[in-house]
Write a protein that binds this ligand. Structure first.
Ligand code: CA
Length: 232
């Protein structure tokens, strides 16, 4: 099998080098860029299977690089953040990043995240070749195989993660899951990850799915416990 290509966009050469060393050891094919402009160019031209993207970069910052990559590609992006304020920004903005990891991070954790993100992408890609598998929930139709959601016949633009969260909950209607459970089942992390990621994804999903996201009718909160799906 051909080695999977990963692009590291990080201006601190010492960090970039150590990540590259470890990823090559894991069998990945690694390319590097040391500023936002070059990173963006390589992201578009070389079509990596995953991108590690530092936030603070010369020329164009990581937030802007992420936004511009998303205009043309759904490649998984893991943001590398150094400060709590950057985490809040990654979580709060509609950047389309799939994940983030806070510096300093351990290599085992980073590699686990990378593998989880690539695995998710492959599952969704393989679904595109499967026949339709439509399930109706009130005025919502979910194609469980092809990763498509329609509300009143209008296709909703969900990210991979938003779709997977919706699919997971809808397939288990009325069953309540804690945020930790969802992180493990939907994101695929056993030990790592931030449960705020789940809350942010629920919020974005509601904004796209619900008539009024402050009065959800599909993705429900069970106070003090977690989330569940209810047929509207
Ligand atoms: Ca930096």
């Amino acid at each position: 099998m051909e080695a999977r290509k990963i692009l590291i966009i990080e201006d601190e050469k010492s960090i970039s080098d150590i990540i590259k060393f470890n990823l090559v050891k894991e069998g990945f094919d690694v390319d590097t860029a040391y500023d936002g402009q070059d990173g963006l160019r390589k992201a578009i031209k070389q079509r990596p299977e995953l991108i590690l993207l530092d936030v603070m970069l010369p020329s164009i910052d990581g937030f802007e690089v992420c936004r511009r990559i998303r205009e043309v590609s759904m490649v998984p992006i893991i943001m590398l953040t150094a400060k709590e304020e950057e985490v809040d920004k990654v979580l709060g903005l509609e950047l389309g990043a799939d994940d983030y990891i806070t510096k300093p991070f351990g290599m085992r954790e980073l590699i686990a995240r990378i593998k989880a993100n690539i695995r998710r992408m492959e599952i969704s890609d393989s679904g595109k070749n499967l026949p339709e598998n439509l399930q109706n929930f009130g005025n919502l139709t979910i194609d469980m195989n092809r990763y498509e959601v329609r509300k009143d016949e209008k296709v909703l633009e969900l990210t991979l993660r938003e779709f997977e969260l919706l699919k997971y909950l809808a397939e288990r209607e009325n069953k309540v899951f804690s945020r930790e459970q969802l992180l493990e089942e939907v994101w695929g992390y056993e030990y790592y990850g931030d449960i705020r990621t789940v809350d942010v994804t629920v919020r974005r999903l509601r904004e796209k799915l619900e008539d009024d996201s402050s009065e959800p009718k599909y993705v429900m909160t069970k106070r003090g416990v977690g989330y569940y799906f209810r047929r509207s």
